[in-house]
Design a protein around this ligand. Structure first.
Ligand SMILES: *[C@@H]1O[C@H](CO)[C@@H](O)[C@H](O)[C@H]1NC(C)=O
Ligand SMILES: *[C@@H]1O[C@H](CO)[C@@H](O)[C@H](O)[C@H]1NC(C)=O
Ligand SMILES: *[C@@H]1O[C@H](CO)[C@@H](O)[C@H](O)[C@H]1NC(C)=O
Length: 335
């Protein structure tokens, strides 16, 4: 390899390394759940999420937008929030009327549950992806793509009637586009800036292995516990060598009292096959240095503990015996 090629190669690898830096994507999701109990009764709850963190909530019985974190205002002014809330109230009325209208048109039955998820993902290269999806009775029904509504692939045939209806309403379509493409990314950037300290917070996990209740004769339940990590996304699995064990059972990620998270991943194995298995933990706080705990090693550690305990016990006995002998000799000397 010539010097030029070497230099070029070095240069490219530098570019590669720097472009691989802390590239992060931030997604904002607004979720709406509306239960249409009957032709006049609707319950709607909404929430706003930046990644895994809930930032906003709106509930039908207070009709107030609540800012859940100290930085939930982002960089929007109170006036901007006021305008957004008004727009939202206008949308909600229109949405309810529209759904009741479709139910009448299609002779549908109540109760109905509709979920809407809308938002944007701002990528590190500051490109933006937007999404707006609606589900009917828990199944994907339609989505807004580009500048029009489309039925979801598995949606019932009547969904096309609804998307056609919605596509004729140009004002709402343009409004949706504006909110998704302009307002949402600005909100995200403002939130990320205002919430920097909390979003950049990282807590390293602690992991340990133990044995769970025996699942059956000649079987072992290996338990890998991971606790104290932040943020929430974590990857934990049981491996043999580099091979992921398909039987790994992942629990729910549960909150600790201090705002960090906890996770338990178990593996049910034949007693003879536990040796050589390991639990691997990947987390953003670890900077690529995964935690790897070997079942065998853990086992050896416990054997080590037993040996130490026995040694300490013997030492105590010997010291005790010698003191006792000394004292006896002392007593004998006195007598
Ligand atoms: C961010 O999103 C882009 C495009 O979706 C993806 O290629 C990239 O891997 C993502 N980066 C991270 C850190 O998730
Ligand atoms: C709708 O349901 C509510 C609550 O169950 C009830 O009070 C109301 O009378 C119902 N309205 C109609 C039109 O059935
Ligand atoms: C909020 O910050 C974003 C990104 O820095 C910017 O594009 C937007 O104009 C800001 N909005 C206000 C109201 O300052």
């Amino acid at each position: 390899m010539g010097l030029w090629q070497l230099l070029l190669f070095w240069g490219l690898s530098q570019v590669w390394a720097s472009s691989e830096g802390p590239a992060e994507n931030f997604t904002f999701r607004a979720l709406q759940i509306s239960s249409f109990v009957n032709s006049s009764w609707v319950l709607t709850d909404c929430s706003g999420w930046l990644g895994e963190l809930q930032t906003h909530s709106w509930c039908h019985d207070s009709d107030a937008l609540r800012f859940l974190l100290p930085w939930s205002l982002g960089n929007f002014s109170e006036q901007q929030w006021e305008d957004l809330l008004q727009l939202f109230q206008f949308y909600l009325l229109k949405f309810q009327r529209l759904v009741h209208g479709f139910v009448r048109m299609l002779r549908g039955d109540y109760p109905i549950e509709i979920q809407v998820c809308a938002g944007c993902k701002v990528n590190s290269g500051s490109t933006t992806e937007t999404f707006l999806l609606a589900a009917y009775q828990g199944n994907d029904a339609l989505s807004f793509q580009g500048n029009s509504w489309r039925p979801a692939p598995e949606a019932p045939p009547w969904t096309a009637l609804i998307t056609n209806g919605l596509n004729q309403d140009e004002v709402t379509t343009e409004m949706a586009q504006h909110l998704l493409r302009e307002t949402c990314p600005q909100l995200v950037l403002g939130l990320v800036e205002a919430g920097k300290a909390e979003l950049e917070k990282k807590e390293k996990p602690v992991a340990w292995l133990s044995r769970g209740p025996t699942p059956g004769p000649d079987r072992l339940l290996l338990v890998c516990r991971v606790s104290g990590f932040y943020p929430k996304p974590v990857w934990v699995t049981w491996l043999r060598g580099e091979q992921e064990q398909p039987g790994s059972r992942r629990g729910d990620v549960l909150p600790n009292a201090d705002g960090t998270w906890y996770l338990r991943v178990t593996l049910d194995v034949a007693a003879g096959e536990a040796a050589g298995l390991s639990c691997r933990v990947k987390h953003s706080s670890l900077g690529g240095q995964d935690i790897v705990l070997y079942w065998e090693a853990e086992h050896r550690v416990s054997v080590g503990w037993i040996i130490s305990a026995v040694v300490v016990f013997l030492l105590v006995l010997i010291v005790g015996f010698m003191t006792w002998r000394k004292r006896r000799r002392f007593n004998e000397d006195i007598l």
